[in-house]
Ligand binder design. Structure first.
Ligand SMILES: C[S@@+](CC[C@H](N)C(=O)[O-])C[C@H]1O[C@@H](n2cnc3c(N)ncnc32)[C@H](O)[C@@H]1O
Length: 405
């Protein structure tokens, strides 16, 4: 018997994935669109749908490779291809999956959508995948494999795979890609500075005295704080230029600093306001619209946590690999450069400037290092956090500079 709730959930997953891939929007945006198109109704089993959407987008190039291996006459397209994602992903990556059940449910689903011919085709492909499941689960290309197979196995788009291999070397790019095939873990920091792992995906806030923040992001805040303490500024006044949803500002405030949080987006600034209120930090962090800051306002610490490709966050945002492209990188670099140039005037003499991006692409960091060199600012430290070295944190690049008195 066809389970209609399950059919609707599968349909929801396919529609979200299609929006992401066709329109290059984030999962969150695609999700909202599909809910809107469904008269405002969330899918019946939202957590299952979230896991399927994220997993399929993480594994997409492997799933494509596997289904094409068994599609001899014609490569599947449209709903048939998406139905195969729905079948192969759980077979490959969900521990509790029962192969026979998955195959028959997905075949019923595609029969209902596209008729019995598509059903027979999907059935034949899924049965072959099931028979070779152990081989696919432990699949790793060999030295003799061609580049297309390596590329499919990495789970990265070609431009990103080539760029990371060029910038860091092939071994590094392989380790990065395999780390980014994992599901994310979430951590929160509480007012005592303690970090705790969360059981699931919490969104951006969890309670009145704690805040969900990526581990690498927490490490950066701590490093900035330690440098300030070392330089005799244990309670700095800061300006967080790109603050939403508030992670860096909140981290700094928990550690004794106080200042101003700004953001270009008034809507996202509201998130900062809500988070700060919930955490009782309203006295330590003031929210400013951009126009409110005057050219002559200066701070002991100015932090630009810039908008970036987010390539360091692929575990949490698996769609980014299919949404961003090289053109987007160039556009973001221009924006980052402008934000940095506009921000430097707000650094007090003998004050500090921090620039960070949750991306490991070198071009998203090095142009700022060049600006700082040309301004005669002194580099205090810079760091690249590779996600494979910080197993549960995002990838980051950051630097801290000192402005001469
Ligand atoms: C990486 S996010 C910041 C994350 C935040 N610092 C945190 O730790 O939670 C980048 C932010 O920059 C903002 N942004 C984009 N363009 C901007 C601009 N020209 N000036 C200021 N903020 C901007 C975006 O709205 C976004 O909220």
């Amino acid at each position: 018997m066809v389970d209609h709730h399950l059919t609707r959930s599968r349909e929801f997953v396919v529609r979200v994935i299609t929006e992401v891939l066709n329109d290059k929007v984030t999962i969150a945006q695609a999700w909202s669109r599909v809910v809107y198109q469904s008269e405002g109704r969330e899918p019946h089993d939202a957590p299952w749908c979230r896991e399927m959407v994220a997993g399929i987008l993480r594994y997409k190039s492997r799933l494509d490779w596997i289904m094409d291996t068994y599609s001899h006459k014609k490569k599947p397209t449209g709903w048939t291809r998406k139905a195969l994602y729905l079948g192969i992903y759980p077979l490959l990556a969900q521990e509790a999956a029962i192969p026979g059940k998955i195959v028959s449910e997905v075949v019923d689903f595609i029969k209902e959508k596209q008729g019995s011919q598509s059903g027979d085709f999907v059935n034949a492909v899924l049965r072959q995948v099931t028979e070779s499941l152990d081989q696919w689960k432990s699949w790793k290309p060999s030295e003799n494999s061609g580049e297309p197979e390596w590329l499919a196995w990495t789970g990265l788009p070609e431009w990103l795979w080539e760029r990371l291999s060029r910038e860091y070397g092939r071994e590094w790019a392989i380790e990065f890609s395999q780390t980014m095939m994992n599901r994310p873990e979430f951590y929160m920091i509480n007012r005592d500075g303690k970090t705790e792992k969360l059981a699931g995906d919490p969104g951006e806030s969890v309670g009145s005295d704690s805040y969900v923040q990526d581990l690498s992001s927490q490490a950066l805040v701590k490093r900035v704080h330690e440098t300030l303490v070392e330089k005799g500024i244990p309670e700095a006044d800061f300006l967080d230029i790109c603050s939403a949803p508030g992670g860096k500002a909140i981290g700094l405030a928990f550690l004794g600093h106080s200042g101003i949080a700004m953001d270009e987006s008034p809507k996202r600034l509201e998130l900062v306001r809500e988070n700060i209120k919930r955490l009782g930090l309203a006295e330590k962090i003031r929210i400013y619209e951009q126009k409110k800051i005057r050219a002559e306002d200066q701070f002991e610490l100015v932090w630009v946590d810039a908008p970036c490709t987010g390539i360091g966050t692929l575990r949490k945002n698996p769609e980014i690999r299919w949404v961003r492209d090289e053109l987007a990188v160039e556009g973001l670099i221009k924006l980052q450069r402008k934000i940095v140039e506009d921000s430097l005037k707000h650094v007090k003499p003998s004050g500090f400037f921090v620039y960070s991006v949750c991306s490991v692409l070198k071009d998203e960091f090095e142009h700022v290092a060049e600006i700082m060199d040309s301004r005669d600012a002194k580099l205090v430290w810079k760091i690249t956090i590779a996600p494979q070295e910080a197993p549960h944190g995002d990838g980051f690049q950051a630097g801290m500079w000192f402005r001469s008195p």
